[in-house]
Write a new protein. Structure first.
Length: 378
């Protein structure tokens, strides 16, 4: 079978795409420059960022070497447990290093990890971060990590024993120490996700402080300047109208959801808009990956307004026609949206997401807002 026949292939590519691209200029806090100057830190961080990209890419190419789950797409559907497990699996090499780093001490040019401290690690509940901290098949990971410059002492056939572990990175000890500092920063600030995507923002503040939030999380995960500008513009417009923003992504990719009020958000009610950085089927997506979800339940209320809209907005309603879910075939679906335009009937499935998911345009932002305003309520 080809690697692309397994879910791990898509997910490893997905995790690679999530690695935050480094901007031309960014802040480095003085806490990171005690032993190297700012320019040297940036060079080391670039090397580390490239290391992330290479490891995620190689997991896609050689999943069996990393001990990854080989769940076939043809056997396991989207949102199955096997699909979800494959989504978490590419994180394993970095979670293994994270666990070692946060309980290790720097001595000479190495990191010394005592088993007594390592065995006391308790992962936080998964619901707090959405990330499974458990590392399966570590013997495969230890072996493969040596191909990227790491050296481990104290293992028994690439397995953790009762011996203390010594970690070296002979080619560049500065990379190892910066890597450890980033792990400690992520632990101190409860930002494991930032460590797993190697974001430059971990370098911006001291070891106890994070001065960025959901908006930056989203902007950093889209790649083009047009996408970034759309996120900023849409966010500004929605917040100015009084909507409440919250991070909402997970397996569908990093995302921002916007609610009419705080009560709806806290009760886990429906959001009105959601911006998503990408979709899990990333291997089938080219160019801009970001999309926008619009909560439109009543298209008939939008018809008069649509007559004044540009073609790019009308296409939202006429370009696609869903088959619908299994419940629709049984005439039991209560979430789908049906409507007629130019004597043609359309159906949009809305069981898992809002009925309208689009590739947005900055110039059409006012139309998106008005259409949701008109058609949000049934």
């Amino acid at each position: 079978m080809k690697n692309s026949d397994y879910w791990i292939y898509d997910w490893a590519k997905f995790r690679k795409d999530e690695v935050v691209r480094i901007p031309k200029d960014y802040k480095v806090n003085s806490v990171f420059t005690k032993h190297l100057n700012k320019d040297d830190i940036k060079n080391v961080f670039l090397e580390l960022n490239t290391l992330y990209l290479n490891i995620y890419d190689d997991i896609a190419k050689f999943p069996e070497k990393f001990g990854m789950p080989l769940s076939e797409k043809i056997k396991f559907r989207h949102f199955s447990q096997e699909w979800r497990d494959s989504g978490q699996a590419p994180y394993r090499p970095f979670i293994l290093l994270y666990n070692l780093f946060v309980c290790g001490d720097i001595k000479d040019n190495a990191i010394y990890v005592t088993m007594k401290k390592y065995k006391t690690i308790k992962a936080p509940p998964k619901y707090l971060s959405g990330i499974d901290h458990k590392v399966k098949n570590p013997q495969f990971l230890f072996k493969e990590l040596t191909n990227y410059g790491f050296a481990f002492e104290g293992l028994n056939n690439n397995k953790i024993a009762d011996n203390d572990i010594i970690i070296n990175y002979p080619d560049n000890a500065s990379l190892l120490f910066l890597f450890k500092m980033l792990a400690e920063k992520a632990k101190n600030t409860n930002r494991l996700g930032d460590f797993l995507c190697c974001t430059f923002r971990l370098l911006q503040d001291d070891m106890q402080t994070i001065n960025y939030g959901h908006l930056e999380d989203m902007v950093d995960k889209v790649h083009t300047e047009t996408e970034k500008e759309f996120v900023y513009r849409m966010d500004k417009e929605l917040l100015s109208m009084g909507l409440i923003r919250n991070l909402k992504g997970g397996y569908e990719g990093p995302g921002l959801a916007y609610y009419r009020n705080k009560k709806i958000m806290e009760s886990k009610g429906p959001y009105s808009f959601r911006i998503m950085s990408r979709s899990p089927d990333i291997c089938n997506i080219k160019n801009d990956k970001m999309f926008l979800e619009l909560r439109i339940r009543n298209v008939s209320n939008c018809m008069e307004y649509l007559k004044k809209c540009p073609t790019s907005v009308m296409k939202i309603f006429t370009e696609n026609n869903d088959e619908g879910c299994g419940k629709r075939k049984e005439n039991k679906c209560v979430h789908g949206v049906s409507y007629e335009i130019n004597k043609k009937n359309y159906w949009r499935c809305a069981c898992c997401f809002p009925a309208f998911k689009i590739k947005p345009k900055i110039t059409d932002i006012p139309h998106y807002i008005k259409l949701v305003e008109l058609g949000e309520k049934k």
